[in-house]
Design a protein around this ligand. Structure first.
Ligand SMILES: NC(=O)C1=CN([C@@H]2O[C@H](COP(=O)(O)OP(=O)(O)OC[C@H]3O[C@@H](n4cnc5c(N)ncnc54)[C@H](O)[C@@H]3O)[C@@H](O)[C@H]2O)C=CC1
Ligand SMILES: O=C(O)c1cccc(O)c1O
Length: 244
């Protein structure tokens, strides 16, 4: 499927995998509504996208909030031809054991990875359904299925995010919905892992030293290729970097 002239919402677009996906979508001719917390960094990415000849609007805000999702969807409707969303925003907070994590950190992890997924679905689904369909992608993680000391809230949140994606796929067959597991990607999130307190830092340092990390561009290209080549085959499933 050609993404040209389609409008896509993408969260977590200010850096890392999200920034790379934004640029890759822009290269494919898609118009964009970009979300993230940092307005300056986000607008800089929107500008890079516009330089590639597409429309790109930045909507800064906490994706866990009702209002942010509402603004993102409104902006997509204004551009027109709203085709789908990619919920990529996420927070890890690596290091502390689950019982050491502060309540604020726990809320931040569940807010970005889980609540934000719900908020986007709440506002985007009715619009996409009215248009006859669309695509919903949730950037998930192997962490959903693997306990590692020092990322407890994150793994639980990713498991919940995967569940929500499967739930949406079950409840609304008209909207193609799947999880994209991006592989280990060299971003700020990985750097936070290497700098984390406790033994988890050793694992993250190993990824980097052993050359296991993909570039954000590699992972982004894979996702956009999946969107261009029959994404419905992943409905209700987990697509990985290797599937492209
Ligand atoms: N980097 C990796 O190795 C892996 C990353 N992932 C997932 O990929 C996604 C992107 O990760 P990275 O690019 O590595 O992370 P990153 O930390 O470099 O970027 C995260 C992005 O999410 C945004 N964000 C975080 N919380 C937000 C909130 N509450 N509201 C709005 N925006 C928010 C940030 O502003 C930023 O744009 C995340 O969902 C992450 O869990 C999954 C597996 C591996
Ligand atoms: O699997 C991983 O190693 C990993 C690392 C950082 C973030 C993630 O989501 C991961 O799945």
């Amino acid at each position: 499927m050609s993404l040209k002239q389609q409008t896509w919402i993408l969260t977590g677009a200010s850096r890392g995998i999200g920034r790379a996906v934004a640029l890759e979508l822009a290269h494919a001719g898609a118009n964009l509504v970009l979300g993230a917390r940092n307005p300056q960094a986000l607008e800089a990415v929107a500008q890079e996208c516009r330089a590639l000849g597409v429309q790109a609007k930045s909507v800064a805000g906490d994706a866990a909030l009702d209002q942010t999702a509402q603004f993102l969807v409104k902006a997509a409707k204004v551009i027109g031809n709203f085709a789908g969303f990619i919920h990529n925003a996420g927070v890890l907070h690596p290091g502390p054991t689950l019982w050491e994590l502060s309540e604020a950190q726990f809320d931040e992890v569940f807010g970005a990875n889980v609540k934000a997924a719900f908020q986007l679905a709440r506002y985007a689904y009715p619009n996409l359904i009215r248009r006859g369909g669309g695509v919903a992608v949730f950037v998930g993680s192997g962490a959903a299925k693997r306990n590692v000391a020092g990322w407890g809230a994150y793994g639980a949140a990713k498991a919940a995010e995967h569940y929500l994606a499967a739930q949406l796929a079950l409840e609304e067959p008209r909207i193609t919905c799947f999880v994209y597991s991006p592989g280990p990607v060299d971003t700020d999130m990985q750097r936070q892992g290497r700098e984390a307190p406790g033994p988890i830092a050793t694992m993250f340092q190993g990824f980097k030293e052993q050359g296991h990390l993909l570039s954000p561009e590699q992972s982004a290209r894979a996702l956009v290729r999946l969107l261009q080549t029959d994404p419905h085959r992943f409905h209700g499933k987990i697509a990985t970097y290797n599937d492209a």
